[in-house]
Design a protein. Structure first.
Length: 114
């Protein structure tokens, strides 16, 4: 059974940084693409970034140059480094395997104060 567990969220001031983690079990992690999504209050969940098994990455335009996704296959973990946080980055961040119909974690909440 695939399980994804996010951590690292919190309350930070604008301009601050956080590192989110997504720990995976139950999958052949090294060959799996992992996605990060976020859901802001009263908005739809949106794709933020992804990293392929080969380390190729993609970002939505609003976070490019501020967010960095990486993976440690030895730890079955994907990280999302978030710098220069803005209030509009506030939301619950989810990691995902398999796309929209795949497996989701429980999410980790990020709140950015202005």
């Amino acid at each position: 059974q695939v399980q994804l567990v996010e951590s690292g969220g919190g309350l930070v001031q604008a301009g601050g940084s956080l590192r989110l983690s997504c720990a995976a079990t139950g999958i052949r992690f090294s060959i799996t693409t992992i996605y990060w999504y976020r859901q802001a209050p009263e908005k739809q969940r949106e794709w933020v970034a992804h990293i392929s098994s080969g380390g190729n990455t993609g970002y939505t335009s609003s976070v490019k140059d501020r967010f960095t996704i990486s993976r440690d296959n030895a730890k079955n973990t994907v990280y999302l480094q978030i710098n220069s946080l803005k209030p509009e980055d506030t939301g619950v961040y989810y990691c995902n395997q398999g796309g929209v119909g795949g497996t989701w974690g429980q999410g980790t909440r990020v709140t950015v104060s202005s």
